[in-house]
Design a protein around this ligand. Structure first.
Ligand SMILES: [Zn+2]
Length: 268
């Protein structure tokens, strides 16, 4: 059977108050040397003890926690060995992205330096609620990327892997060291834009739009709201000028479904 090189996993469906349902879009990338995961959603320990996510988050975002939703279980269900996940690349360390880390204790965990510092320091009230140290209490093998000196389609980037090329592309705003993750495919690039935006309409090049509830949530949780909007404009510009990059958000349901169907067509 031909195997697609990228699988799209939803590891944390959410039903936020006042907004449409969201996914937590994670990528499983089959590389020459094993498996690479982009973001991790919630993990087994979050499912076993949802209190570690905090009451505010659970009440407002209403995550659907189930063991079979975790990345580790979905990877096994696809027929892979979760122990083959050698690298995890995180867009940022928010609790709905970093929850699965402990399910892959042997993996290298790639993160931008600004994000690593913000999450370890937790200096503001909002940082205290978004970053949950229990999710990395096992001591991951951090690989902290402090330079972005590679050019990727006009963006500064930091290389994670070659063959396929995987790069961290800093897009701060949602959090201090938030980044997108670019993954090369045979004829195009995937750009997992993390939480740079939540709704597909936001990257529309002619008439950007977002449901009001989701706009409010994004404004509320942004570390730097204006900076996030400026980065979003850069993503629109990339869409305008570049036909080979497929951009998608961590949380948009429509983009997740469309990409899953495209991947499904490669299965035979
Ligand atoms: Zn998120």
């Amino acid at each position: 059977m031909h195997r697609p090189t990228v699988h799209h996993l939803d590891c944390a469906p959410m039903r936020p108050l006042g907004g449409p349902p969201l996914v937590a879009h994670c990528l499983l990338v089959v590389t020459g040397g094993g498996l690479l995961l982009v973001d991790t959603g919630f993990g087994s320990a979050d499912v076993a003890d949802p209190r570690r996510l905090g009451g505010m988050f659970r009440r407002s975002m209403r995550p659907g926690l189930a063991p079979e939703r975790t990345a580790v279980r979905q990877i096994a269900a696809l027929g892979y060995d979760p122990a083959d996940v050698r690298d995890i690349v995180l867009t940022h360390l928010d609790l709905d992205h970093a929850g699965g880390l402990a399910d892959f204790p042997g993996a290298r965990v790639h993160i931008m330096a600004d994000e690593y510092r913000a999450a370890m320091r937790r200096e503001t009230r909002s940082d205290i609620s978004r970053y949950r140290p229990a999710q990395w209490a096992h001591g991951p093998r951090w690989v902290v990327h402090d330079t972005a000196d590679t050019d990727w389609h006009g963006f500064a980037a930091s290389r994670v892997l070659r063959s396929p090329d995987v790069l961290l592309v800093p897009l701060p705003g949602h959090t201090r060291g938030h980044a997108a993750v670019a993954v090369q495919q045979p004829e195009r690039w995937l750009l997992h834009a993390g939480d740079a935006y939540y709704f597909h309409g936001e990257t529309d090049t002619r008439r950007p739009r977002c449901p009001r509830g989701l706009s409010l949530i994004q404004r509320m949780v942004a570390d730097d709201h204006r900076l996030r909007l400026a980065q979003l404009e850069r993503l629109r510009e990339l869409r305008r000028t570049d036909g080979v990059v497929r951009i998608f958000s961590a949380h948009d349901t429509r983009e997740f479904t469309a990409l899953g169907e495209e991947t499904g067509r490669t299965l035979h």
